[in-house]
Design a protein around this ligand. Sequence first.
Ligand SMILES: [Zn+2]
Length: 78
Amino acid sequence: MSSRSRKARAKFMPATVDQQANDCTFVDAWVPDYGRKCENCGETPVVTGVADGRVVYNGSLCGVCSWGNSAAANPANW
Ligand SMILES: [Zn+2]
């Protein structure tokens, strides 16, 4: 029952990318996108978030700029 009401709510209130980015529990996994460069520093890959097999967060920043941690330069640490 909760999944049905959640779907209805999403239909009427489409979440923006920013809202999704702030809700980390919404994302199942962080996936590197090597096809784009970080808007801030030009590094690749940029961060995208996947939930239920679909991209729900299309980031424009690399791991380091997203998390402010140099260890995040390696997608294996995401
Ligand atoms: Zn960056």
